[in-house]
Design a protein around this ligand. Structure first.
Ligand code: ADP
Ligand code: ADP
Ligand code: MG
Length: 627
């Protein structure tokens, strides 16, 4: 086959590699910001599909079909996200005479609606979470919530990736939760239909991987535990799910396969369940009719290549093995490395990968290489670290070792936080619920000054080696380090931190991984999984005076990071009060409101909805600085 991959980032690379292994040729597609992305270089051929805007590029069915025709592709793998669960795209591909590497479109359409999915699950005898949708309720959803009993979860029928979900703890929160979830879904998915269901207080997220073919075979490839989540999105997954009674595991596998048969499921898919950790009951949550982000952990413990199986079943080949032939060996973990600030509400971050040391001996499925620019246009997940071992604890310790060996700067990311998570008692024991991360209250970032000591040592040593080789490098005396702008949190008013390390000061802690760019006068240090990137100014250079950046000016609203403007509520001449939202920007699928810091009169509005802005761009100016 000649397979066009309608996606980007790590999953495009994963599918390209898998397709090549199977002897197929590949066509990559890219939007302008991805022109130099690794997936473009790695495919046999590539086509531009449009500008940065998603609707014009990765979600543009016409552009994708044109790229297929133009490149001679005869099959599509959609990856995950984007159009992966879009039945209309699958139908268009099939109508054009091409092969769709995924389930038949009807399965996608039926499962794309959580309302419909709940009905199908009930019909197949699979337990669903007690709840109602709009068509079933006696009076209205609020009445349904009362009947279910608080707390309840309101959830968008079309939702995905954790969007369109809100909790209402008590009746007076219900209408606001409903309105927010519904409008978020309307915006993101063009559909505001809602479900209200019991909020399971101690939920675990356990899912079952399915694989089917076009000959009526559907089998499962075991379970994954995905309870470690933030913002309803998974960050660490493992296979198999630990600490579940064998009869529960068996019942889940059977329920998933029953559902698969019921729909004549013919590709890779995932049936997600919620396990009530208090009662041990499990309920159907949703089915994802696509390849899942965390599919690698299943591959590690089954020895199967799920992308290869999808391609074969799309080509009409029978699976060729039965349920009894699948064996789960050992244990695997995946850590999702996201460009985000875990120490400040997991706010997405952008920047450039100036330092990258990839841990040895692990599976590294990444969107980025050294030099990659992480733009605000796409998802914040930039890499996945996957490890396995003969047992759960060995695998867990290997993941910690891998995160200790990873140097990834100068973009803030969550590896230090994930490393810390992996040492927490409930995680060590394999007993966490999906609320674990949200309920943490004592997380603290690793100590930058210790990292500075280690960085100064490493930099000095590297300079001394160069000096002995006769290069221009002199012995380095005191080392001044400035945390690079991206190492500090952009949204908190934390200033640049400066460290002066005397020659006599030595780092005496555990060995750390470092990456040094002598010419660029930079050193990146991994301390407890966190990468600190320091600039080592020349002796004669003064440190930048603090608080003088354009972002600190009270007389303007500036963008704290590269973003896309989605709403502008400011008009020249308008008087505004402290806290008024003037501009809403979006980066990596998250919205940020920029507010007036005091009472003021607007002088000039320099942006409009749809504009792309850089970090520190001036968006709105005031006649005089807000008080
Ligand atoms: P999983 O259950 O595998 O975590 P998610 O529902 O979180 O799946 O979505 C899978 C991936 O696709 C995630 O990385 C998510 O951020 C991304 N994604 C979800 N929706 C979209 C979308 N509309 N456009 C692009 N990417 C998306
Ligand atoms: P998405 O399509 O965004 O993946 P899901 O229905 O899979 O939506 O829910 C995402 C996450 O939200 C789950 O993994 C779980 O953590 C949480 N969740 C969903 N439904 C419930 C519920 N009824 N009670 C408690 N938590 C829930
Ligand atoms: Mg889900």
């Amino acid at each position: 086959m000649r397979i066009l991959i309608a996606n980007r980032g790590e999953i495009a690379r994963r599918i390209i590699a898998g397709a090549h292994k199977g002897g197929h040729s590949t066509v990559a597609v890219y939007a302008d910001p991805d022109r130099t992305a690794p997936h473009v270089a790695e495919a046999n051929d590539a086509r531009r599909i449009g500008p940065a805007e998603l609707a014009a590029s990765y979600l543009n069915v016409d552009a994708l079909l044109a790229a297929m025709a133009d490149s001679g592709a005869d099959a599509v793998h959609p990856g995950y996200g984007f159009l992966a669960e879009n039945g209309a795209f699958a139908r268009a591909v099939i109508t054009a005479g091409h092969t769709w590497i995924g389930p038949h479109p009807e399965a996608m359409e039926r499962m794309g609606s959580k309302i419909e999915a709940r009905r199908i699950a009930s019909a197949a005898g699979v337990p669903t979470i007690p709840g109602y949708d709009e068509s079933q309720v006696p009076a209205d959803l609020a009445a349904a919530a009362d009947r279910i009993g608080y707390p309840v979860l309101v959830k968008a029928s079309a939702g995905g990736g954790g969007r369109g979900i809100r909790i209402a703890h008590q009746p007076d929160q219900f209408l606001a939760a409903l309105a927010e979830a519904s409008s978020e879904s309307e915006r993101a998915f063009g559909d505001g239909a809602m479900i209200v269901e019991r909020f399971i207080q101690q939920p675990r997220h356990v899912e079952v991987q399915l694989i089917g073919d076009k000959h009526g075979n559907v089998i499962h490839l075991g379970t994954r535990e995905c309870s470690l989540q933030r913002r309803y999105q998974k960050v660490i997954e493992e296979a198999p799910a630990p600490n579940l009674p064998p009869q529960t595991l068996a019942a889940m596998g059977e329920a998933a396969v029953a559902l698969g048969h019921n729909m004549s499921y013919d590709s890779a898919g995932t049936v997600e369940f919620i396990v009530d950790d208090v009662t041990g009951e499990f309920f159907f949550l949703e089915m994802n009719t696509r390849l899942q982000v965390e599919h690698p952990v299943t591959e590690q413990v089954t020895g199967l290549d799920i992308v290869d199986l999808m391609i074969r079943s799309a080509a009409g080949e029978p699976l060729g093995f039965a349920q009894d032939d699948v064996t789960i060996t050992g244990h695997a973990f995946e850590a999702r490395i996201n460009a985000e600030d875990p120490w400040a509400g997991f706010v997405p971050q952008t920047g450039r990968v100036t330092h990258l040391v990839v841990p040895a001996g692990v599976r590294w499925d990444a969107a980025v290489v050294a030099g990659s620019e992480i733009s605000p246009h796409y998802d914040s997940m930039i890499a996945k670290v996957i490890v396995d071992g003969p047992d759960r604890d060995t695998a867990r310790l290997r993941l910690i070792a891998a995160l200790d060996a990873l140097v990834l700067g100068d973009v803030p990311h969550n590896a230090g936080f994930l490393r810390w998570l992996l040492t927490q008692a409930p995680v060590v024991a394999g007993r966490v619920t999906t609320r674990f991360i949200d309920e943490l209250d004592d997380i603290t970032a690793p100590d930058a000054s210790l990292a500075a000591l280690a960085g100064a040592d490493a930099f000095r040593t590297a300079a001394a080696v160069e000096h002995r080789r006769g290069s221009v490098w002199q012995q380095v005396g005191p080392v001044r380090l400035t945390t690079h702008k991206n190492t500090k949190t952009m949204l908190l008013d934390r200033n640049d931190e400066h460290f002066e390390v005397e020659p006599a000061s030595r780092y005496t802690g555990a060995p750390v991984a470092t990456s040094i760019d002598l010419a660029g006068r930079q050193v990146a240090v991994n301390l407890d999984g966190e990468t600190f990137t320091f600039v080592v100014p020349r002796v004669e250079e003064r440190w930048a005076p603090e608080g003088s950046g354009p972002g600190d000016s009270g007389a303007a609203i500036t963008s704290p990071f590269p973003a896309i403007v989605v709403e502008v509520h400011a008009v020249a001449g308008q008087a505004v009060a402290q806290g008024d939202v003037l501009v809403v920007i979006e980066a990596m699928k998250m919205l940020h409101s920029l507010e007036a810091k005091g009472d003021a009169v607007i002088a000039e509005v320099r942006v409009a909805a749809g504009d792309q802005v850089e970090s520190n761009s001036v968006l709105v100016t005031f006649a005089e600085a807000p008080e």
